[in-house]
Write a protein that binds this ligand. Structure first.
Ligand code: PLP
Length: 391
């Protein structure tokens, strides 16, 4: 008899986690690394959010809560979203989850069946593909053009639709390329999905880290609500990655099904984390604006320094905190056939952590997270320049 269930064979270890583990091993052996690998803010969680959690723990908010999150946290989610994006969700249309990743996982598990097609633009965040495959779904990749900033158009989405399409999975601003879907295109995609009876999954975990243009959400188009599910996270917006705080907004029956699944797995998130989330969502948003302003200067610093390396080209990200440079000029040589090999050598010889583009579905790129100090950007790019000069 076989040991493992088929479904666990359909997924791989998250590539970013694998890079983190490899880097940790090197660091433990005493090597000093500049880490552009991890996709997490370098800022500490803002003080008022931490204080709210400390107060909640001391006030004994340390027990189970209702599975989908206490009413006040769901109210805080829908109010924040309504005032920023003009959406009109009720608290029953919101579920609080143990991280945005769990919202994605639960949504896919409750809607995607064996053989269902899910349209996924390339490059994509690593986990979407595996989560869809774990549910038995079929990923339909939608190629985008680097020359167009990896942007997704409504026409391209429409062409990828088949009778088996159950959902379209979008992420804007995107990880890894930082590309943003133009509001007009988003509106057309939302309408298209609604007319065709297809679900639109919109991962908006970087929605507040956008540097140009108006902020829009899939939830802004209230007339198409029935087919839109917004996936949110406090991790990046409020520098709260380790707290595990995320949410989904969508039609009541879908949210109820996600809560049912959650009731048989993680149950509720910690009560004091929910209290901290309320402080984050309902308090001053000044901290978000401050962090965004710093990410913008970091982006420009990375792009300026990257341009000093001959042969490397890089699109200008409009959001999130990643750059996705094209390193094809350095590929195809012995020991650097793929970006997997190149990133490994950059780690071991250059002492810079990056993530190979293979993890995101492209063959000529590496991803750098610039959620690091300005000093680290300079040091890391000095090291990269020296490394590529010798390659
Ligand atoms: N979606 C995207 C595109 C991400 O990059 C991440 C984290 O890296 C997540 C979702 C999940 O974030 P979390 O589970 O910390 O809320």
């Amino acid at each position: 008899t076989k040991l493992f269930a088929d479904r666990i064979g359909r997924i791989e270890v998250s590539a970013t986690m694998a890079v983190t583990a490899e880097a940790a091993k090197l660091r433990a052996s005493g090597v000093n690394l500049v880490d552009f690998g991890a996709g997490e803010p370098h800022f500490p969680t803002p003080r008022h959010i931490k204080d709210a959690a400390i107060e909640a723990i001391n006030g004994n908010f340390t027990r189970y809560t209702v599975v989908s999150g206490i009413p006040d946290v769901r109210k805080a989610i829908v109010q924040r979203h309504a005032s920023d994006f003009g959406s009109d969700y009720t608290p029953e249309e919101a579920v609080f989850t143990t991280g945005g990743k769990l919202a994605i996982f639960n949504l896919v598990q409750v809607l995607i069946d064996h053989g269902d097609e899910v349209i996924l633009p390339v490059p994509y965040w690593v986990s979407y593909k595996d989560i869809i495959q774990y549910a038995g779904g079929q990923v339909v990749y939608l190629e985008t053009e680097e020359a167009e900033n990896f942007r997704i158009s409504a026409e391209a989405v429409e062409k990828a639709i088949t009778p088996r399409t159950k959902a379209i999975f979008l992420n804007s601003p995107s990880n890894p390329a930082g590309s943003v879907i133009a509001p007009a295109d988003l509106e057309r995609i939302v309408k298209l999905a609604h007319e065709r009876g297809i679900y639109l999954f919109l991962d908006e975990c970087y929605v507040y880290l956008q540097y140009t243009g108006a902020l829009v959400s899939g939830g802004s188009f209230t007339e198409a609500k029935e087919h839109v599910i917004v996936l949110g996270s406090l991790s990046k917006t409020y520098a709260m990655t380790g707290w595990r705080a995320g949410y989904a907004l969508g039609p009541k029956p879908i949210i109820a099904a996600m809560s049912k699944l959650q009731s048989q797995s993680t149950s509720s998130t910690a009560h004091f984390v929910q209290k901290a989330a309320i402080a984050a969502l309902s308090g001053s948003q000044e901290c978000v604006a401050e962090m965004r302003a710093d990410y913008l200067t970091l982006r420009d610093q990375v792009l300026t320094r990257m341009a000093e390396i001959p042969g490397i080209t890089c699109t200008k990200p409009e959001g999130a905190f990643y750059v996705y440079p094209n390193v094809s000029a350095y590929l195809g040589k012995p020991g650097a056939q793929t970006t997997l090999e190149l990133a490994a050598r950059l780690l071991h010889e250059g002492h810079v952590v990056t993530v190979p583009g293979e993890a995101f579905g492209t063959k000529e790129h590496i991803r750098l997270s610039y959620a690091v100090s300005h000093k680290d950007v300079d040091e890391g790019l000095d090291r990269m320049k020296a490394f590529f000069a010798k390659l």
